[in-house]
Ligand binder design. Sequence first.
Ligand code: THU
Length: 130
Amino acid sequence: MTDQELVDRAIKMQEFSYVPYSRFPVGAALECSDGTVFTGCNIENASFGPTICAERTAVAKAVSEGHRDFVRIVIAGRSRELCVPCGVCRQVLREFAPNIEIICLNGAGEERTFTLEELLPHSFGPEYLQ
Ligand code: THU
């Protein structure tokens, strides 16, 4: 899939966001090494705590379908600032893909690519438990 197609998939997912509280839709498109793409949106909850971010929705869909080998993820928000992943999502991505490329978009369609290492340096992962 081209960069632009992956970006378009992420932006499209904002339409499915369930965001009655923040009104901050986020879409994500997660690409696996075999080219499979899993998408996600954020899903909020009246109890706030159970809210799940778009990235984690996409990761849960992928892992539950047997995919764990992630290459890159596009995260698309509508804010002025780039929509970077929250700390919890950084750690969840770290579990499966310490080398993943993270492409963050703002509402104007501007983007910046980060490595996970940049966003979560000196990270803790599965190998520490072996
Ligand atoms: N959110 C995401 O889905 N991904 C991010 O990278 C940042 C935050 C969501 C969670 C919540 O529904 C809303 O954005 C405001 O925090």
